[in-house]
Structure formats: structure tokens, C-alpha cells
Design a protein around this ligand. Structure first.
Ligand SMILES: NC(=O)c1ccc[n+]([C@@H]2O[C@H](COP(=O)([O-])OP(=O)(O)OC[C@H]3O[C@@H](n4cnc5c(N)ncnc54)[C@H](OP(=O)(O)O)[C@@H]3O)[C@@H](O)[C@H]2O)c1
Length: 271
């Protein structure tokens, strides 16, 4: 397990690498570069999903309280991820429960465009994020959802049997120059992206608390045998207050060390 020790110079360097897909980094270099470099330099489209959960895998209490699951270093990690992407996606359930701002506050960096999956036009338009002076908000709704007036761009996507196709979501955002995406929750929204094979990286940040009940972070269709489980190549980082599993969903069980060594050279060239 590698320790993340961030400082201002390293963070400024990572922000400067943002969007530089001609660069690539691997797990062999400085831990912070190995963790955040692939997000900053990802080729597009790139989808990162992040879950902050308890030791027993919960992301909220049964009544929806999720605010203090991650410790301060887990929160800083989440804000760094927001700062490195173009857009952050949450489901309508998260907006209704948390009334989140989805901004970058505990580190320096740009705010991502805020994208809400609101298939059935459940939001009223009076939620805080429409009126907080923050980054633009995009609502994704089904083509046949009720037409309401919102102080935000509404993109209508054809409804499929399981709602909005996550691939169509990635495509419409890519057409707007939003190619690097963080899917921040909740569980149902992340599950649809994972099940659709759209997630490149999955970050699971585990905080040392036990909630005992409530929704779990990732819930996929059931399997009978463990041989059917996904076993992604994963690196483990000590954030401080939380432990992070950085899973590469594009390389199941693959040894990426050769890739890492090659890319270390390219990062060193850039430094
Ligand atoms: N700890 C964390 O990291 C974290 C992060 C975010 C949120 N949370 C917590 O998670 C809870 C909310 O999670 P949640 O899973 O209930 O809500 P959610 O994922 O935010 O939103 C779920 C809603 O969005 C819809 N939806 C999502 N993707 C869709 C798609 N592709 N097409 C159509 N509809 C789609 C779902 O439709 P269906 O009804 O058809 O499924 C459902 O109505 C809250 O308690 C929040 O505090 C925790």
C-alpha cells in the first residue's frame, strides 16, 4: 500500500497535466502521480466512478445520511478527482437526498460541469445547485419526460428499457467537450455505468466506520459463482483517514508493471 502525500507543487503539476493525453503515467512513479496522473491525462472518453463507503460497504444510512462517511482525506481525494475531470455526474436520488454542490472546495482547481441524471423530470428546478452561482448544470432527461422549465440546459435522450443508456450519456457529453467524467453516485447510477461497461477506473474509498444498514456502494446483477466476479487490477493507497482501492476495470487481473515502467520515463520527461 502506497501513501499519498500531496503538496502544493505536486498538485499544481497534476493540474497542469490536465487534458494532456499525450502524457501517460503508471503506478511505478510517485504515488500521487500514479493515482491522479491517469485521470489528468486520460484519452477521451474516460469514465471514473468513485464510491466513499464504510467498512461494511455502506454509502449512506437507511434515511440517506451520507455526508460524513469519508474522512477529511477521502473528501480531499474526491475534490481532487472533481478538479481533474470535465464533468461530474450524479443521479437524481443523490440530489434529492444530499442537495450537493458538486464543486471543488477543499483543494485548488476548476469546478466540473454538473450533470444530473433525472430521467423522469423529478427535480423542480428549485434545488440549491441551480442557484448557487457554481459551474453550469446539465439535466439529462428521457425524450418523453414531462417538460418543465429549468434554469439549466436540459438534454433529452431516448429512453430504453432500463432508462437512459449510459453510453448515450457519455456520447452527448463528449459532443459538448466533456470527455473526462466522474460518476460520483449514488449506487444505482454507478451500477448502470459499470453494468454498461463504461467505467474505466473505479475508486472505492473505505473509511473506518461501521454503519450496519443502508444502501451498499455497488450493486450489480447477481452471480452464482465467484468465478463470475470481476477481479480488476487494483492499486491500494493510504489517503490518511481513508484507504483507497484504485481499480482499473479495463485490465482484469492484468500485470500493468511493464506499462508503468515505460510511462515513468514519459512523465520524467515532462517534469
Ligand atoms: N458515499 C458516497 O460515495 C455517495 C455518493 C453519492 C450518493 N450517495 C448516497 O446514495 C444515496 C442515493 O443513491 P441512489 O442509488 O438511491 O440514487 P442515485 O443513483 O443518485 O439516483 C437514482 C435515481 O436515478 C435514476 N437513474 C440513475 N441512472 C439512470 C439511468 N441511466 N437511466 C435512468 N434513470 C437513472 C434511478 O432510476 P431507477 O429508479 O430506474 O433506478 C433513480 O431514480 C443517497 O443516500 C446519497 O446520500 C453516497
Amino acid at each position: 500500500m502506497r501513501m499519498i502525500e500531496m503538496n502544493n507543487a505536486l498538485w499544481a503539476r497534476l493540474l497542469a497535466m490536465r487534458g494532456r493525453c499525450d502524457l501517460a503515467v503508471g503506478p511505478g512513479c510517485d504515488p500521487a502521480l500514479a493515482l491522479y496522473g491517469p485521470i489528468a491525462t486520460a484519452g477521451e472518453p474516460f469514465v471514473l466512478a468513485q464510491v466513499g463507503q464504510s467498512l461494511d460497504g455502506r454509502v449512506a444510512t437507511p434515511t440517506g445520511d451520507a455526508r460524513d462517511i469519508s474522512g477529511p482525506d477521502g473528501i480531499a481525494h474526491l475534490h481532487r478527482c472533481r478538479a481533474l475531470v470535465d464533468a461530474v455526474i450524479v443521479g437524481v436520488g443523490t440530489v434529492k437526498c444530499d442537495d450537493p454542490r458538486l464543486s471543488v472546495r477543499v483543494v485548488e482547481g476548476p469546478d466540473p460541469v454538473r450533470v444530473i441524471v433525472d430521467c423522469r423530470a423529478e427535480l423542480s428546478g428549485e434545488e440549491r445547485l441551480f442557484d448557487d452561482g457554481g459551474a453550469p448544470v446539465i439535466l439529462l432527461q428521457a425524450h418523453d419526460a414531462e417538460h418543465k422549465r429549468y434554469p439549466a440546459e436540459v438534454i433529452r435522450i431516448r429512453r430504453h428499457a432500463n432508462g437512459l443508456d449510459p453510453r448515450a450519456i457519455v456520447d452527448v457529453l463528449g459532443q459538448r467537450g466533456l470527455g473526462r467524467i466522474l460518476v460520483e453516485g449514488g449506487a444505482r447510477t454507478i451500477a448502470r455505468f459499470i453494468a454498461g461497461g463504461l467505467v474505466d477506473r473505479l475508486h472505492v474509498a473505505i473509511a473506518p466506520l461501521i454503519i450496519g444498514s443502508g444502501p451498499t456502494g455497488i450493486c450489480l446483477p447477481p452471480i452464482d459463482q465467484l468465478s463470475g466476479a470481476t477481479r480488476p487490477a487494483a492499486s491500494v493507497y493510504n489517503l490518511g483517514s481513508d484507504i483507497l482501492f484504485d481499480c482499473n476495470l479495463r485490465s482484469e487481473g492484468e500485470d500493468t508493471s511493464a506499462f508503468a515502467k515505460r510511462d515513468q520515463v514519459r512523465v520524467a520527461d515532462h517534469a
